[in-house]
Design a protein around this ligand. Structure first.
Ligand SMILES: NC(=O)c1ccc[n+]([C@@H]2O[C@H](COP(=O)([O-])OP(=O)(O)OC[C@H]3O[C@@H](n4cnc5c(N)ncnc54)[C@H](O)[C@@H]3O)[C@@H](O)[C@H]2O)c1
Ligand SMILES: O=C(O)C[C@H](O)C(=O)O
Ligand SMILES: [Mg+2]
Length: 477
């Protein structure tokens, strides 16, 4: 097997070659003519008539991918069996699994982990239910629950299609904060049924992370569950996003020499993320905030079916600006996009105030690509990991749940969210702050520790902590 640099995008072409009709050199040359770079060759099977090989080919974009496949298809004696990319391969069989903490090697082990001895543990919990925290996975386990109704910016793609995102979130919880998370996608989009189901499964969990549930249902679901359950329920798309957005904006405003109070801020997409981002900015002192959705700017003189929009319009847009996104964007200091990809062009950004801040956070395709506006903005950010300044809730949810689980918080309240935002923003010092570095990397291992410490402190101060854990560097029990 030949193996070279596998960085970047690549596809794997499994093909069958008739050895008497074609030789490998001809295949390689067709791929190279179409601009592909063969970086690995694996022989899967071979006999005197046919040989089956996997060719890993580095590509730059999907157009090139198509050109390569077309070239290979034209060759006599070659059949393409399958084309896969590394991302698909990584998802084969899902991305996570459950492993046991202790092995079961003999009968004695078996009777301890299972019947009959396990019965004594069950009885102990039945007598004192709080022991579920010490004798089961509850203290370190949360459920990541979605109904598949607002998955990234892909929309209502359903529960099965939402699973890869929820599995990914579970990986992030574990990797960045040691939290065990179960992905759970529900076959219902009915508010009452979602609430009932989450309540019914809650005994196993120390917290519930709601994910990718569309607005306005997400507001009621979260509020009701927080009232009716004694474990924290946190809608990540609302609060995780708001926390990280606020952290990024604190640093971006400093760089642009602007203030939250005086800046004209346009938020596009008044759904789960947009409402929560607006709320955190209003409570931090923003005054000139305008929300825009599909029908244009939300303004209090209009009447909306959606009660959340009505209350939103009452609290925002003090100058009663009306019009489309492009119209109200004129003269704005800050654009925050939590809507849909590709809504803006460079020309639109040119109509903003001097040194504009553009946070285009729709996933996976932002409202505008930073590369298009790099030279005309003070700061650009997206939700993606392949550009600088990733404003993504992944910076918040692992740390905030780590803190909530460790101090056994009954809720994640506003004070805890603000503590998380300032902990994230202050991870970057004045000397470090640049146009391309307003927010720490998710791989910065100081961030989760800082969030944990500040959030636990806020939980204790506000009386929602039910346990007082030790500091970061000490082991918790
Ligand atoms: N970067 C992050 O951390 C992060 C976090 C949460 C959400 N998001 C992204 O934000 C977007 C919204 O997520 P959500 O959970 O709030 O979904 P949501 O469905 O609750 O809200 C989306 C809102 O955008 C509006 N919208 C859609 N197309 C629009 C358009 N052309 N113009 C104006 N408004 C439009 C919808 O009407 C809706 O109100 C998604 O792309 C999601 O990936 C990013
Ligand atoms: O999943 C992400 O990358 C962020 C966010 O939760 C989203 O829905 O886009
Ligand atoms: Mg999400």
């Amino acid at each position: 097997m030949i193996q070279r640099n596998l960085d970047g995008n690549s596809i794997i072409i499994r093909l069958e070659m008739k050895t008497k009709t074609i030789n490998f050199g001809e295949v390689a040359s067709a791929i190279s003519t179409a601009g592909g770079d063969i970086v690995a060759i694996d022989v899967i099977s071979t006999n005197q008539d046919v040989t089956v090989r996997d060719l890993t080919v580095a590509i730059t974009d999907s157009e090139q991918n198509k050109r390569i496949i077309d070239q290979v298809r034209k060759l006599d004696g070659v059949t393409i069996i399958n084309v896969s990319d590394r991302t698909f391969l990584l998802h084969l069989g899902g991305k996570i699994e459950i492993t046991s903490k202790t092995p079961i090697n003999n009968r004695e082990d078996l009777s301890r982990v299972y019947t009959p001895d396990v019965a004594r543990i069950c009885t102990a919990i039945a007598e004192e239910p709080h022991k579920a925290y010490s004798l089961t996975i509850k203290r370190n386990t949360i459920a990541v629950v979605s109904d598949g109704s607002a998955v990234l910016g892909l929309g209502n793609i359903g529960p099965e299609a939402a699973m890869p995102v929820m599995e990914g979130k579970a990986m992030l919880f574990k990797q960045f904060a040691g939290v065990d998370a179960f992905p759970i996608c529900l076959q219902t989009q009915d508010t009452e049924e979602i609430i009932r189901t989450i309540k019914a499964i809650s005994p196993a969990f120390g917290g519930i992370n709601l994910e990718d549930i569309s607005s306005p249902r997400c507001f009621e679901i979260e509020e009701r569950l927080n009232k009716e359950l004694d474990i924290p329920v946190f809608h990540d798309d609302q609060h995780g996003t708001a926390v990280v957005l606020y952290a990024g904006l604190i640093n971006a405003l400093k760089l642009a020499g602007k203030t939250l109070e005086n800046s004209k801020i346009v938020i596009c997409g008044i759904g789960a993320a947009g409402v929560a981002c607006s709320n955190i900015l209003l409570s931090a002192g923003a005054k000139r905030l305008i929300g825009v959705d599909r029908e244009g700017a939300l303004v209090r003189t209009a009447v909306y079916d959606n009660p959340v929009w009505q209350s939103y319009a009452e609290r925002t847009n003090p100058e009663l600006e009306e019009g489309t996104l492009h119209e109200v964007l004129k003269g704005a200091d800050v654009f925050i996009g939590v809507s849909k990809g590709n809504l803006l062009t460079r020309e639109h950004i040119l109509t903003m105030a001097k040194d504009p801040i553009v946070f285009a956070m729709a996933n996976p395709v932002p409202e505008i690509m930073p590369s298009v506006i790099e030279d005309i903005v003070a700061v650009a950010a997206t939700g993606r990991s392949d550009y600088p300044n990733q404003i993504n809730n992944v910076l918040c949810f692992p740390g905030i749940f780590r803190a909530a689980l460790d101090c056994r918080a009954s809720v994640i309240n506003e004070e805890m969210k603000l503590a998380a935002a300032t902990a994230i923003a202050s991870s970057i010092s004045d000397e470090e702050r640049t146009k391309h570095y307003i927010i720490p990397s998710v791989f910065n291992d100081r961030v989760v520790k800082r969030i944990r410490e500040s959030v636990i402190e806020a939980a204790i101060q506000t009386g929602v902590a039910r346990r007082f854990p030790r500091k970061n560097n000490e082991t918790t029990s």
